[in-house]
Write a protein that binds this ligand. Sequence first.
Ligand SMILES: [Zn+2]
Length: 323
Amino acid sequence: MFDILSIIPGKKKNTQSGWTSFNAICCGFKGHKPDQRMRGGVKFDGENWAYACFNCGFKTGFTLGKSIAPNTRKLLQFCGIEDAQITKWSLESLQHRDLLDYIRVKKQKSRIKFQDHTLPAGELIDVNNKKHDTFSEYLLNRAIDPDSYPFLITPHEKGRNGNRIIIPYTYKNKIVGHTSRFLDNRIPKYINEQQPGYVFNIDSQKPDWQVCIVTEGIFDALSIDGVAVMHNDINNDQAMLLGSLNKPIILVPDRDTTGLALCDKALELGYQISLPNWDTGVKDVNDAVVKYGKLPTLISILQAATSSKIKIELQRKKIAKRI
Ligand SMILES: [Zn+2]
C-alpha cells in the first residue's frame, strides 16, 4: 500500500529495540524546535506500525484494515503527501478488513470438518522386514525415517496396486484421505485422495513448536516436520486450518515459477517466507534435507525467514534467474 519509512525523509537508523529512528518531522508543525537528534521513531508489527516522537510527543500509527487515523493523515501531510492520495490509501486499507475479518472469525469459530476416508489395503512398513527393503530404501534415500509416519506399503500386490507407498492423511487422528506414491516409473507418480482445505501433516505439529513450516509437497513436509499444502495455492480453508495452529507460519516455496507465485498469497495471509541461499540443484525442502541434512536445512529456513516484501522480491528475482 505505502511504505512509511520511504515516505519519511532523511537518514534512518535501526535500533536494538526494533524502532527505526530518524529526525522527527512533526515537531516544527507542532510548534516545537525541529528535531536534530533522531528522536522520531517507527516500529512495525507485520503490516502495522506505530510512530512516536520523543521530541514533541506526537504519536500515531497505522493498522491494516482500518482507515487512516487523523494524526496519521497529519503525519503524511507533514511529509508532503496530498490529501487525495491519503484518502485512497485509507480506502485500500479498509478493503483489507474483509479478508482480515474472515481469517479472524474463522480462527475463533473453527468449523473444520473432513469426511472419514477408507485407506486402500496395505501393510505397515517395517524396516526389519527384508521384503520391505525397496520401500524403506526409497524413504531413506529421501532422508525420511520409515518409522516417522504410518506408511503403508504393498509388497505383495501386483499391477497398478503394487510397488507403492500409501501415505495416510489424518486430521485429529482420523483418516481423511491418502496419497499413493508409485515407486516404479509409471505415470502418474502419485494418486491423491485429498479433501479441499486439507493440509498434510497438520496432526504432527506439536503445540510447543515455535513456528509451522509450510511446504508444497508431502516429502518436503515429512523431511522437515512441516506441513504441505500439496499444490501451488493456499486456499481459504487451508489458511483457516493453518491459522488454528496460532503460531507464526513460514512458507518455503519450491524454487520454480509456481512456487515463487505462491509467495504473493502467503504475504497476503501474513506468513513469513523463506528462500534460503541453497545450491542451484536444490529445488525444494526435501532436496535440501537430502543434501545438507535436516538440522542445517531447518536453520537455513529459520535464518532466511522474512516478511519484508523487498527482501523476498530480491531473493525471488535471484532464484527466478536460475529457473
Ligand atoms: Zn515531533
